[in-house]
Design a protein around this ligand. Structure first.
Ligand code: HEM
Length: 127
C-alpha cells in the first residue's frame, strides 16, 4: 500500500499531524491495555516517532528515516504482543484523534482505511 504523496500538503501539513498524533497519545496515556506496553515513562519520544513516520508516509518531510532508518515497522513491534485487543485499543485511540480533526470526508476515509490496514498488519498474536 502506498500513500498519495500530496496528502500531507493537502490536509494542511505539520500542524495536522502534530494534533492527530498528540491527541492519540493523550488517549494512550490513559488506556489500560496500551499504556503498559510502552517501555518509557515519557510518551513524548514515542509520539515524535509515530508523528515523523506518518508525516513521511503521507508525503511530508523524511525526518523519520533520517533519524531511524528503514521503518521495518512489523519488526519493530515484535517485542510487544499485539493481539486483537491491543489492535482494537490502538484503533479506538486513533479514531478519536482522527475524528477530532477537520478533514474532508475523502481525506478522512483515505487516512482511516490506511490506519485500519496498518493496525491489522502490526498484529503479531492471535490472542
Ligand atoms: C512504536 C505499539 C500499531 C507505528 C511502538 C511502540 C509500541 C507500539 C509499544 C514502542 C514505542 C516507542 O518507543 O516508539 C503499537 C500497538 C499497535 C501499533 C499496540 C496496535 C496495532 C502501529 C501502527 C503504526 C505504528 C498501525 C503505523 C501506522 C509505530 C512507529 C513506532 C511505533 C513509527 C516507532 C518505531 C521506531 O522508530 O522505533 N508501537 N503500535 N504502530 N509504532 Fe506502533
Amino acid at each position: 500500500m502506498s500513500a498519495p504523496q500530496n496528502f500531507y500538503a493537502e490536509v494542511g501539513g505539520a500542524p495536522v499531524f502534530h494534533r492527530i498524533v498528540h491527541r492519540f497519545y493523550e488517549e494512550v496515556a490513559r488506556d489500560e491495555v496500551l499504556r503498559p506496553l510502552y517501555p518509557e515513562e515519557d510518551l513524548g519520544p514515542a509520539e515524535d516517532r509515530l508523528r515523523m513516520f506518518l508525516e513521511q508516509y503521507w508525503g511530508g518531510p523524511r525526518t523519520y528515516s533520517d533519524q531511524r532508518g528503514h521503518p521495518r515497522l512489523r519488526m519493530r513491534h515484535v517485542p510487544f504482543t499485539i493481539g486483537p485487543i491491543e489492535r482494537d485499543a490502538w484503533l479506538r485511540c486513533m479514531r478519536i484523534a482522527v475524528d477530532e480533526e477537520n478533514l474532508s470526508p475523502e481525506h478522512r476515509e483515505q487516512l482511516w482505511n490506511y490506519l485500519q490496514y496498518a493496525a491489522a498488519s502490526m498484529q503479531n498474536s492471535e490472542f
